[in-house]
Design a protein around this ligand. Structure first.
Ligand code: ADP
Ligand code: MG
Length: 254
């Protein structure tokens, strides 16, 4: 049996006295696409950030590809990972945010080779090859010499996705990747996500695009007030929700 790509057990996250995640359990199998939906403030971004070890959790465990996130076993104890170990683990996880977060003083190609050459020590020629392959994959082969400001929001977001893919991640985390886009640009970004899903990328996607979740997700997870309220197939959760809170949320966004 393969390890789950992500295994979250009994996770609690607090910001000071604010209890943001309560007893969260979630498993993502390799090549699965899980869409995470829920109202603003329900803890979706926090959960993604915990998986990528951008936030420390206060209880529970998170494993990515069978490896503990943020901690290392030392005999019977768990010790926090060093900054170095954290950075190494993070290389296998690609994250794309609502805002594109490109380096504005660098061209598209320079954006794409930055992390592979500096973090993974990939030779420059090989990094450029990878970058061109990924740009072609997101339909932007002709934009490598452009600066981010010369691209539309949808194109910038596709560059951000290509940049994450250049690190050859095993897992991609998307936090509302289309929420900052003009409506007419949403489709081109969702098409890239759909394509990644078809190519068996493991993905956890926070989204309000219910149509996309219905089409692409293997599983939909509904969160509210820091808890997973229900999860199941898109048909179960989106078309026949068991919980009143899920129903009310879907009426608002649908
Ligand atoms: P969502 O992504 O579902 O909108 P978030 O994970 O961003 O929800 O936020 C969950 C809760 O945690 C909210 O109440 C938010 O205000 C709070 N929160 C998020 N980040 C921080 C932070 N860095 N410090 C303190 N509170 C935070
Ligand atoms: Mg959020």
């Amino acid at each position: 049996m393969n390890d789950p790509a992500v295994e979250i057990r009994g996770v609690h996250k607090l910001y000071g006295a604010l209890h943001v995640l309560h007893e969260v359990d979630l498993t993502v199998a390799p090549a699965q696409v899980v869409c995470l939906i829920g109202p603003s403030g329900s803890g979706k971004s926090t959960l993604l950030r915990c998986i990528n070890n951008l936030e420390k959790i206060q209880a529970g465990t998170i494993l990515v590809d069978g490896q503990l996130v943020g901690y290392r076993r030392s005999g019977p104890d768990l010790v926090e990972t060093t900054h170095r170990e954290t950075c190494r683990a993070r290389q296998h996880i690609g994250m794309v945010f609502q805002r594109f977060n490109l380096f504005h003083h660098l061209t598209v190609l320079q954006n794409l080779i930055e992390a592979p050459t500096h973090v993974q020590r990939v030779p420059k020629g090989e990094a450029i090859e990878r970058a061109r392959t990924m740009l072609a994959r997101v339909g932007l082969a002709d934009k490598q010499a452009n600066y981010p400001a010369q691209l539309s929001g949808g194109q910038q977001q596709r560059v951000a996705i290509a940049r994450a893919l250049c690190m050859r991640p095993k897992l991609m985390l998307f936090d509302e990747p289309t929420s900052a886009l003009d409506p007419e640009l949403v489709g081109e970004v969702l098409d890239v996500l759909r394509d990644l899903a078809d190519q068996a990328m493991t993905m956890l996607v926070v989204t309000h695009e219910i149509g996309f979740a219905r089409q692409v997700a293997d599983r939909v997870v509904f969160m509210d007030q820091g808890r997973i309220v229900e999860q199941g197939t898109p048909a179960q959760v989106l078309d026949d929700p068991r919980h009143e809170r899920t129903r009310r949320f879907l009426e608002r966004v649908g």
